[in-house]
Design a protein. Structure first.
Length: 358
């Protein structure tokens, strides 16, 4: 058994252990504690170590812009997809408009990138994701407000008081803070060798806990809602297939090699949807608290369940790609996988025997 397959077997075992723990204890405290530890301690520390361990090149600062453009591309394609899927429930449609073009690589793929591709790749992926952070925190906030005003047929200006917390979230998010500190550290002509050995050992120790914590969290986060299963699962397959197809098409058109940065964009495009659109929807929900349910802009329950399905789906899908190094670097095989994902999604819709998805 190869080392990669053995690691994937161990990670899969941790996911099943998480499912078992969730089934036995049904305790939200464990889930919240793990999420806090991952997003505020383990992942920021790992990203800090990875960034200060590489030699920064100025071309890296263009990486976020490329992924930001990819967010807009997925947003455009998503709107076309709704016409094909015949999504009639407007609240669910608006919810998906925010969710589908958002990405959350922190939980769904950063750990895998760190384990299988190393520090250098994780550092680049963290910089690439900053473009996505701008999109999910700022652009999607404006889109959410626009959908709210359109639904309520109101004309209002966006006050600084409303927009302030969004900017605060962008600059105060732990991952963004550690990237900024790490870049300042490097631009001060320092390297990881200038850090105290005790601190490096501490950070390395925390780093080793990231993978077990993430895969336990993926298992604990799994929920099974029969009512939504056949609605959400095909959308996840189709989204993954389309995102993969878009990245591969760009790689093919511009004749990029399927390695290094191009491979990172490919993996990041399969990330789960972000939690931040749900935060924006919750903000809109507060503005509409006096309105009847029929006049609400978003379907918060559907959005929350979509998030819960998206994380394990993306994690398992990306983990599956890492099983074969040849597949991950073969353009034709990946094209076939992307088409297969889209076809599986539409096949599930057909099996569900529903003309309209919602």
């Amino acid at each position: 058994m190869s080392e990669i397959i053995l690691e994937i077997f161990l990670f899969t075992s941790l996911i099943f252990l998480g499912i078992f723990l969730n089934y036995c204890f049904k305790n939200n405290y464990l889930k919240k504690s793990l999420k806090f530890y991952i997003l505020n301690i383990a992942l920021p520390v790992t990203i800090f170590i990875s960034v200060v361990s590489i030699k920064i090149q100025y071309k890296y600062f263009f990486y976020p812009l490329i992924f930001l453009l990819f967010n807009f591309l997925v947003l455009t394609v998503s709107n076309m997809l709704f016409r094909i899927l015949n999504v009639e429930d407007l609240k669910k449609k608006r919810t998906l408009i925010l969710l589908l073009p958002s990405f959350a690589p922190g939980l769904s793929c950063f750990t895998l990138i760190n384990e299988f591709l190393g520090y250098d790749s994780l550092a680049k992926a963290s910089l690439i994701d900053f473009g996505n952070k701008i999109f999910v925190l700022i652009i999607l906030f404006f889109i959410a407000m626009g959908l709210h005003k359109q639904n309520q047929k109101i004309q209002s200006n966006l006050h600084k008081k409303k927009f302030g917390p969004v900017l605060k979230n962008l600059f105060y998010e732990p991952i963004n803070i550690v990237i900024f500190i790490a870049l300042l550290f490097l631009f001060s002509n320092n390297t990881i060798n200038d850090m105290p050995n005790t601190l490096i050992s501490l950070f390395e120790g925390i780093k080793t806990t990231l993978a077990p914590a993430v895969f336990l969290f993926v298992g604990i986060s799994m929920i099974f809602e029969k009512k939504y299963f056949l609605q959400i699962l095909p959308i996840l397959f189709i989204r993954a297939g389309i995102c993969l197809l878009l990245v591969l098409s760009i790689i093919r058109i511009f004749n990029f090699k399927l390695e290094d940065e191009a491979l990172l964009y490919l993996i990041l495009s399969l990330s789960s949807v972000s939690f931040w659109p749900f935060v924006h929807m919750t903000f809109i929900e507060k503005l509409e608290k006096k309105l009847p349910l029929s006049r609400k802009t978003f379907d918060l329950k559907f959005g929350l369940i979509f998030l819960a399905y998206s994380l394990p789906f993306s994690t398992i899908l990306i983990m599956g790609l890492f099983i074969s190094e040849e597949t991950l670097t073969d353009l034709m095989s990946l094209f076939l996988i992307s088409i297969s994902l889209i076809m599986i999604g539409f096949l599930i819709l057909k099996i569900s025997k529903k003309k309209a998805l919602f």
